[in-house]
Design a binder for this molecule. Sequence first.
Ligand code: P6P
Length: 321
Amino acid sequence: MAQIGTDLNRFILEEERKYPQATGSLSLALTAIETATKIIGSHIRQAGLVDILGKTGKLNVQGEEVQKLDELANEIMIEHLLDSGEFFALSSEEMEEPIFSEKGKNGKYIISFDPLDGSSNIDVNVSIGTIFSIHKKVTGTIEDFFQEGYKQVAAGYIVYGSSTMLVYSTGKGVNGFTLDPSVGMFLLSHPNMKMPEKGKIYSINEANAKKWIDDGLVDFVESLKEKGYTSRYIGSMVADVHRTLIKGGIFAYPADKKNTNGKLRLLYEASPMAFLITQAGGLATTGKEEILNIKAKSIHQRVPVFLGSKTEIQELLSYIA
Ligand code: P6P
């Protein structure tokens, strides 16, 4: 196992070296994400000082108000991902349709990303994040974006919190890196992350409880309260999932009468997070099926999300399945 303090680039190269057939494409792809998110993080840290807070007055494909930092983060991601030449196509929460890039016409991968998730928290200085999901290019068409989540080549997130962390997996476990701003490098701080079998925290927006459509969900949450669980809900998926990954317990965004398929998007929120959680020993379900087994039907498809420690997810399923 790599040593604490190993920098991300060295870690990526050491991983590549374990696979003689590796061409270095995935390493370059991950490095492009690293560079883009360092730049995004730098803008976020200065957000209160320069005119990039607040709204642009535009709506994104989700019909949500676009914050200035959303747009900037999307532009930075697109620039660096295309420049790498490793991505045949990109899809983003901020774009209705994917980009098929000339620069990446020989790229082996496609990527779906949420450039800045939790953007409603930007103006109040609460943790936000970038989420990415990488699949292999297969047909060279939009169909490649609809591959099941278990086929992801890599997935990860960057959480811009009290420190900036990059957490990712290529299917051989999960590793977390913390940005050392004094040298501008992500250093290995959380090697081989494993979820506790059971936690003490549940994370769900209970304001929606009267709208939840899963019978039994209210009883499940009440049962956790009776067992002494505490509630933590930041309203920023990356931050809530990061805490769940480390502390255990359960995070959920269920379907409700307003969001009948839930609010979170499959390609660039639910699927990459499900990949990480399962790689760390947890479970991720819609309540009806494992998230990683879903074959998407559209780029911005939404799904209900329940993810976390085995104990809580199995108990949840005994209430709602
Ligand atoms: P609610 C942020 O807007 C987001 O997409 C996720 O990051 C977060 O988990 C969810 O929405 C919060 O939604 O309805 O509880 O505010």
